[in-house]
Ligand binder design. Sequence first.
Ligand code: ATP
Ligand code: MG
Length: 410
Amino acid sequence: MLNRIILHYAELTLKGCNRNTFVKKLRINVRNKIKSMGHIWDVVTIHDRMFIEVPDDYTGDIDAIAEKLADIPGVAWLSRVYWFSNKKYDFFEYKPDLSEIDTLIEKLAIETYEKDKSFAIRVKRSDKRFYQTSSQLEIQLATVILKNTEWKTVNLNTADQYFYVDISSRGISVHTNRIKAIGGLPVASTGRIMCLLSGGFDSPVAAYLMAKRGCNVDFIHFTASNIQASKIEDYKVSKIAQNLSQYCGKVRLYLVPYTHIDLALMDKNLDYDLILFRRFMARVAEKLADSLFAQCLVTGDNLGQVASQTMENVVSMTKSIDMPVLRPLLTYNKEEIVEVSRKLGLFDLSTEPYKDCCALISNSPKTKSEHNKLVHIEETFLSEYGALIEDTLAEKQVIAYNFGNRIPYV
Ligand code: ATP
Ligand code: MG
């Protein structure tokens, strides 16, 4: 009997002929995540599942590793499994000796026993050559449990505890408790986005949601000044990016100073300073995103949450660039966002004090703006616009992570 982690895909079965590509991406992501935990283990795809081949001599905490793998987009659920693979199972018609499986099921049943609860056995035959039908084997194993343990009730529809046996041409796996994973699609399967990342709650959640739908994610963050190279790693927003990379895999965070636009706006007393600033952020981000082959910008905007997020201001920002701006949180309630933030383990970090630029640029932003009016203001008062973008990007700094570990810039 060997230890394995079994992993079940989320929506990949729906993807028709693209399915293989999706599975390959997921397999690469799973291997990289395992590598980030210090292990180089094989990941094998059998039928519609992936098996992680935990080495026989591994003595660490397999359940803890399984829990971390639940954070990988594209995984629906996973479980630690017991794997029987032996020559005698290769030719099922010769009726392999299943006594080892009986013994294991009995052991698991004893370990998970709860008074007055019901159980059920679920057998799946991916290889139909197996000499018993699924229900025959289910009855046989249920009898073992009823005879040799304290479990008394079988409930075939909604049991409290399930024991799963999967029979494939490569072997037989047995598992019980499943860990629910985040689902979605594997990162790198749907596109590349650039997220405008702040030090707040919303944009990290927006980035996570895009990764969950299969996007590669990079970040841009506007800072009040250049950050000393030696301090970048301890910077709040870098820590947020590092945390997100546990879900997003490889990410790059670009830090750019907003001093140039701040100076240009200073003393002009323009009514629309905050929305002008947000249009500037969009343009700088678009330019950087283009150079990295990202297809869209993503923000954590939430309709009506703050004065800068009125429909008019959201539209004015959108119209300032050609690149589409996606806002996955636009319709969320604050508590829904906070709930995800907590689940990601970002809540405490996001609440740490941080002076973000929007608050510094203006404390009473205009709620209604209009694109044409803003274009006129920009042409009149910010005539060196192209240079402002160039100068800002010339000072960019970058830090990169892969599944939570810092990596050299790639
Ligand atoms: P968040 O919680 O993400 O900070 P918010 O509700 O505080 O959002 P704003 O501060 O107005 O709202 O920011 C709206 C969006 O603009 C953010 O979600 C983020 O995408 C982007 N943004 C804000 N500040 C920055 C920044 N310093 N650098 C990059 N993007 C930013
Ligand atoms: Mg903010």
